[in-house]
Design a protein around this ligand. Sequence first.
Ligand code: TYD
Length: 254
Amino acid sequence: MAPAMPQSQESAPAKGRFITFEGGEGSGKSTQVQRLLSKLAARGIETVATREPGGSPEAERLRRLLLSGAIAPLGADAEAIVFAAARIDHLDKTIRPALEEGCFVICDRFIDSTRAYQGATGKVDASLIADLEKVAAGETMPDLTIVLDVPVDIGLERARGRGEGADRFEQEQKAFHEAVRQSFLETAKSEPQRCIVIDATQPAEKIEQQIWRAVEKRFLKGDEDVGKPRRKAGASAAKAAKRPPRKKSGKIAP
Ligand code: TYD
């Protein structure tokens, strides 16, 4: 096994990797995103943590509109289009530049959430979903999608336990959340090279181990030049200053 050793900035360009997390309400995505970020950092790999909707300043503005319900009166198609518009900016400003730099991009929700929340719930036609996906994501598909699967009742109970005010999408009926869950499972079944499903009712440590095994197996086992080594403090400060706002272990600052 060849561990991903830190390499000099002058070596051949490293390959970034795009990892997305998907799952219904209360599936524990945020916890697992944080744990994966820590493990990658410990391995010396630079990461960018981001989320959808949002992940760039303009997309965060659209996020606020979407989650407040302000777009809903325009109809489901318009809502799907706004999710796609946010995605276009997020990819342009945050995801693609980070991948080009060789970072591992860890994104909390991506295209599969649109397929599930807008498509599978019967609100938006599958052909519009597919077209929006093509326009927004294009070639930039995730290298790995981790679906955290939890039965709807358990997930909603957990989400309620967090005591957060329910946003526009959390308020939907149980049948809606069931359709969302089935959509994630169906996508994973139809795209097994990209997706893995993890039973999110397991203890967090076990889930973390399973995710790490999958990431290691896919990206960190070969001799490939994978991932950009983390910069030493003070290195490339000018370059770093040009980047969009990002947190090493958290969501993008709006
Ligand atoms: P968020 O607060 O990020 O919730 P979670 O912790 O569940 O990820 O809210 C994002 C909401 O937006 C979530 O309910 C799913 C919904 N959503 C869509 O409906 N379509 C999409 O394309 C995306 C990315 C999210």
